[in-house]
Design a protein around this ligand. Structure first.
Ligand code: URA
Length: 224
């Protein structure tokens, strides 16, 4: 994919967080009150993975399990993502995984906490942290998984269904590959359709392979 395929997203307004390490950004984020989501969440769930990663994967927000453990993508969507990354020949440990929104938004139904979609204000306010993570890591590619990640990175003019598999650029110039969120695959009731959609997601993920900094970075897993 050449850089002339890049379409620029809209500029993000507002201040930006700064830090010299992901750990220092995380420490700042533990006190975040930029929106109300911190009030009911257990903790902030920051990104996880190598600070030197070439490829950053961005999801929506932590789920119930992530909220409790403090780590992104460790629940059912994380298990599906792990399987698809493996199928694509990508080592999760070589990536940095994070979310557009860093606190779990939910509605209580009895003892259960059901996922609630973050609104555009919450997404915009939390872009403060995502853009700081990207400035620090300087990835060669950002993979936007689903509409919330896409909206945080590129604004409202890019659509998952219309634009999946295409490359765009954030206002800061980071290339963004558009794809679906792994939890979309978990919601499909028809097994045949789920298998077809999973194969398409894996094909999208494979487009990240050339962006790993050194061919050696992924060679181990591809040759095993
Ligand atoms: N879904 C996401 O988008 N992120 C997580 O960390 C878990 C589920």
């Amino acid at each position: 994919m050449s850089s002339n395929l890049l379409h620029r997203g809209p500029a993000l307004n507002g201040p930006h967080a700064d830090g010299t390490s992901i750990e220092s950004l995380y420490q700042q984020a533990t006190a975040c009150e930029r929106c109300d989501l911190y009030r009911n969440a257990t903790q902030v769930v920051f990104g996880d993975g190598a600070e030197t990663a070439s490829v950053v994967l961005v999801g929506e927000q932590p789920g119930d399990k992530e909220d409790i453990s403090g780590r992104p993508f460790i629940g059912p969507a994380g298990a599906k993502l792990n399987a698809c990354l493996e199928e694509a020949g990508i080592d999760r440990a070589q990536c940095y995984l994070t979310n557009a929104v860093k606190h779990f938004k939910f509605q209580e139904r009895g003892k259960r906490r059901l996922h609630a979609k973050p609104n555009s204000g919450e997404i915009q306010r939390c872009a403060y942290w995502l853009s700081a993570e990207l400035r620090l890591i300087k990835p060669k590619l950002v993979v936007a998984m689903g509409a919330t990640a896409l909206s945080s990175l590129l604004g409202r003019n890019v659509r998952v269904t219309r634009d999946r598999g295409k490359l765009f650029a954030t206002p800061a110039g980071f290339p963004v590959l558009v794809t679906v969120h792994p939890s979309f695959l978990l919601r499909l009731p028809d097994p045949e359709e789920a298998a077809r959609e999973q194969a398409k997601f894996v094909e999208d993920l494979k487009k990240a392979l050339p962006f790993f900094r050194t061919s050696g970075e992924m060679a181990d897993i591809r040759n095993s």
